[in-house]
Design a binder for this molecule. Sequence first.
Ligand code: DIG
Ligand code: MN
Ligand code: MN
Length: 388
Amino acid sequence: MSDYTPKPEHKFTFGLWTVGSRGSDPFGSAVRPHKSPAELVYLLGEVGAYGVNFHDNDLIPIDATPAEAEAIKKEFRKALADTGLTVPMATTNLFSDPIFKDGAFTSNDPKVRAYALQKTMRAMDLGVEFGAKVYVFWGGREGTETDSSKNPVEAIKRMREAMNFLCEYALDQKYDLKFALEAKPNEPRGDIYNPTTGHMLAFIESLDHPEMVGVNPEVAHEHMAGINFMHGVAQAWEAGKLFHIDLNDQYPGRYDQDLRFGSRDIKAAFYLVKFLEDVGYQGSRHFDAHAYRTEDFEGVKDFARGCMRTYLILKEKAAQFNADPEVQALLSEINADDGSMSAFFGKYSPEKAAALKAQPFDRVAIGQRGLKYERLDQLTMDILLGVR
Ligand code: DIG
Ligand code: MN
Ligand code: MN
């Protein structure tokens, strides 16, 4: 049995809103008392987290006076010093206040769009004040219930204008910030623009400073869209755009459950952890999830410990998979290359094309080859089920 104790080098982080969730839902009020940001930092320190993230209003209530804000920040700063926790990421709440009921950057009301920029600049200042290096944008209200209300092309242009403006603000302020865009297909809006990580990757390329902007994929959000999460993460990584990641879990076809990491689809979680560890992802492992409504704060600690523990168990399983002789022998066989086709790959040339068009293939024989994926997958299951 290995040591599944979280350590700073694991870079496990939680948002204030995650362990601070009071358990309310559309059909029930809060079941847990309010905890201050400082209290939540001490809770995260107790369970062994590396860092804590926040929306501006998780830390400073939207109607706080300057004096109240300073008092909160002072207490929060002391808790960070006492626990050693860092603030790797910050973000803006552009979805709770009624002003954002029809979106923020894509709202039809120019006053709302301007206020959203002001609020985001101030929130960026706050995040940088506490050391954040990644700034997340989740456009939870950037969408529609009726497409009679908004022109999607106009919405894209408004979103682009906002992101370009805020990139320029970060440059003007000389902030060491990378922006990470987080996709979600729906909820709380009927449909949300840029619904998947793939849409975000395309949108980023249309910005004035695409080098400043990456993505923050979330497990539950891509699962809601019926997408293989690890494939989307791999595409973001390959594009050099995996700036942050939101880990949790989700039953397919349901509302955004933000379940404890690995608590629903253990195999998908395994492949994700294996990918992140195999490629040497250096960013935060951020758990954007919350405890069941059934839990008190001892249960919230169980939730947080469970997120980190499952990640570390799967990290060990991934190492076991990579070291398993039969698995590796199968992978070598599956990926065998006798070099006979090498002349046809790589950069195009007319000679290469002519030679390939003339190349004979025994299509039937090639098609009859057994690939042994059933054996490989069962070995994976044996490892995951702890019998190998
Ligand atoms: C929801 O999944 C979003 C918000 O919680 C937040 O803006 C972002 C940060 O991880 N995730
Ligand atoms: Mn979510
Ligand atoms: Mn998220």
